[in-house]
Design a binder for this molecule. Sequence first.
Ligand code: GAF
Length: 357
Amino acid sequence: MNFQQIFGTLPQTEASAPGRVNLLGEHTDYNDGFVLPTAIPQQTTVQLGLSQDGQHHFYSVELDERVSISEGTHTPSGFASYIFGCIRLLEREGYTLAPVNVYVSSAVPIGCGLSSSAALEVATLRGLRSLFSLPLGDVKIAQLGQQAEIQYAGLNCGIMDQMAASLADTHSLLFLDTRTLDRQVLPFPTGAEILVIDSGVHHSLAAGSGYNQRRADCEEAARLLGVKALRDITDPQAVESLPDPLRRRARHVVTEDNRVLEAAAGVSAQRFGELMNASHTSQRDDYEVSVPEVDTLVAILQETPGVFGARLTGGGFGGACVALVAAGYGEGVSLEAIAKYQQAGYRGRVLVPSHSV
Ligand code: GAF
């Protein structure tokens, strides 16, 4: 069913935004730290038009679900919460928005750590900007998207995903300082391409997951260390006085920031891969956001010839693994790794095939 079949009119505008895969810098963004994501080819697209009946209507193709919002409706759940949040935040910024019909279709895998929600937020905000001619820049769109996620979907996230959806492309890495929002577009390591494989364990980070608890742990660690955020600690030794598990949480963040800074300064694919491997160990042992299936897939990838390094990507508790592979090796690596993962009793699938850089 297309927009016209659902809403009875033609769409007036359309906008898209990509998912992202993060190569290094996990759980650093809400600690004012550094991240290194890239956009993935899969996008979320929204079509919009004015609604004639005084209500907002949202439709998701993938879910085949329609949600209507009238005056006084509480925050809806699921995909509609992100769209509702974007509209409410724009109204709180002082914009007057007429009721809209929003038709969502998305190729960004859900629950895999590739930021399907940020893609939806940024696509929705771009669509609303176009429909109502709003003077919103790309960074402002990312900031509003992050607030929609925090205030309307209950995930106390950082700004990496929305900045990546709003500003990254698929050909380069976006090196971002999440405190200042200073950023640099960097090339992939020479001779390498990236490959993303799903572990088959899907996650939901929102309320009740360990994500918000990890953020609270980091804020407590920063308070005990007397700094504004863990980004202000550069020597991992400085966290050793903290009680466990805060010590390990803080150690992950401090060492992860250092890994991003080293990679962003320009290193070989070999070294970049080593930093990714160290990042996975740190996420698994210190930050405790991995799961056994992901550890198995990462270990298989790390041992496969042609792989420089591999790690869990995204918020964790399941999701996908990203590998840095020698140019031209991507297809062979994915076939071998998925076969071995299957022998271990799990089902993996390629989400982002390697592409030349
Ligand atoms: C999720 C969050 F939305 C991001 O802000 C980031 O913290 C990430 O997990 C972990 O690096 O995707």
